[in-house]
Design a protein around this ligand. Structure first.
Ligand SMILES: NC(=O)C1=CN([C@@H]2O[C@H](COP(=O)(O)OP(=O)(O)OC[C@H]3O[C@@H](n4cnc5c(N)ncnc54)[C@H](OP(=O)(O)O)[C@@H]3O)[C@@H](O)[C@H]2O)C=CC1
Ligand SMILES: O=C(CO)COP(=O)(O)O
Length: 359
């Protein structure tokens, strides 16, 4: 199979190498021609994965036409801020039969709420669109640690071909037909990785981490279900799986940004020190705005937004979260409204026992 990878960052590099190891002819596009030359000479992406020896057959280039020429599969590994512009540039070379897969975990900034796979649909004629997402720290994949991901598409051919071309002895690919659920899982978990990184730097314990992650999952699935996704997807690799890794590893850039803020750095300082993309910083803006418009309850995301952009102290934020509504644990079995109604009835019967902060 002829594969084109758009993006010269860490994840694009790791995936390009896997596909080449599986026997595909792989070309990788990056805008930095010097980096492309160095990769072709030394088979190392010294900017993003300096310790990783790539498969030497990956051909890097800054010439997009060359990279896309004859490609049957195109993997797009470009941060969300530049995703549409790059896809638009690639579109003339994408046919109805090209398999086109986003590996990007973000949401497009702007008034409309656009996921990356929707951009692929809008900008190209491909009928084989998919999303790859899961607990996939690029550095660990590059190091050969056993990992797994999810290919989500309505199209069974896309799912099967991606499973063929990307699975190897250290990387497994599971299939899903819930494209939006898988895509939202990857984008949303970045927000909570920032919050958990911050909590860790503030010295909070493992109970706190566990509570944050589990309530994050409730929030993520609530939001995604309101947009038509299946809640069950959040039990899989692209939901809880990705949440676990990003909220537990200092290899996660989102976690690292949160940790730096918890140590007392400003958001700008934390992002500058990182020197790479932490998608969660923009995603939290877009999600909080959309949740407000759609009436979806997302207290953790709102609280993080207040700390990052509205000058609220993280300790104050934690206290106010602890005093906020105590709803249902798993609202797909016990609806949140039922719990809140019961609390209101109990408060009318025993007003002296009620906390005034309970709604
Ligand atoms: N790294 C990881 O562990 C994983 C990342 N992802 C997702 O993959 C996506 C890409 O991430 P990743 O590979 O890590 O990113 P990196 O930060 O490692 O690299 C970003 C790449 O995108 C390029 N780029 C940025 N802006 C533009 C632009 N305007 N035009 C062309 N190229 C551009 C950069 O080029 P340049 O160097 O010239 O700036 C660089 O090659 C993200 O959405 C991320 O969430 C998903 C799973 C794992
Ligand atoms: O998505 C990732 C792991 O699955 C990578 O997370 P970061 O973007 O936070 O590094």
């Amino acid at each position: 199979m002829r594969v084109a990878v758009l993006g010269g960052g860490s994840f694009g590099t790791a995936l390009a190498s896997i596909a080449a190891t599986r026997g595909a002819r792989v070309r990788q596009w990056m805008r930095d021609a010097d980096l492309a030359s160095r990769i072709n000479e030394r088979h190392v992406n010294d900017r993003y994965l300096p310790d990783f020896l790539m498969n030497p057959s990956v051909e890097a280039s800054a010439d997009m036409d060359l990279v896309l020429d004859g490609a049957e599969l195109v993997l797009v590994a470009i941060p969300s801020g530049a995703f549409r512009a790059v896809v638009r540039q690639a579109a003339p070379q994408i046919t109805r039969d090209t398999l086109l897969v986003s590996t990007t975990k973000g949401i497009e900034a702007g008034d409309e709420f656009h996921l990356m796979s929707q951009i692929l649909e809008e900008e190209t004629v491909s009928r084989h669109i998919g999303v790859l997402s899961g607990p996939n720290l690029a550095a660990e994949i590059a190091a050969g640690h056993l990992s797994a991901s999810v290919i989500a598409s309505d199209d069974e051919m896309t799912r099967a071909r991606i499973q063929q071309v990307l699975s190897c002895d250290h990387f497994r690919v599971y299939a899903s037909n819930d494209r939006f659920g898988v895509e939202l899982g990857g984008a949303l978990k970045n927000i909570y990785a920032i919050a958990v990184g911050m909590a860790a730097a503030l010295g909070m314990g493992e109970n706190t981490r566990s509570m944050l992650m589990t309530r994050a999952l409730a929030e993520m699935s609530r939001f995604a279900v309101a947009r038509g996704a299946s809640p069950m997807t959040f039990l899989g690799l692209a939901g809880i799986g990705d949440l676990i890794v990003t909220c537990s590893s200092s290899l996660s850039r989102n976690y690292r940004v949160g940790y730096a803020i918890g140590e007392g750095r400003s958001l700008d300082e934390a992002v500058e020190a990182l020197g790479q993309v932490a998608e969660g910083v923009n995603t939290v803006h877009l999600i909080v705005e959309r949740a407000r418009r759609d009436g979806v309850y997302m207290p953790l995301a709102v609280a993080l937004h207040q700390v990052l952009f509205e000058g609220v102290d993280p300790h104050e934020m934690a206290l106010s979260l602890m005093r906020s509504e105590q709803g249902s644990d798993v609202e797909f079995t016990l609806p949140r409204e039922a719990v809140l109604d019961a609390q209101r009835r109990a408060a009318r019967t025993n007003p002296q026992d009620s906390r005034d902060t309970l709604t």
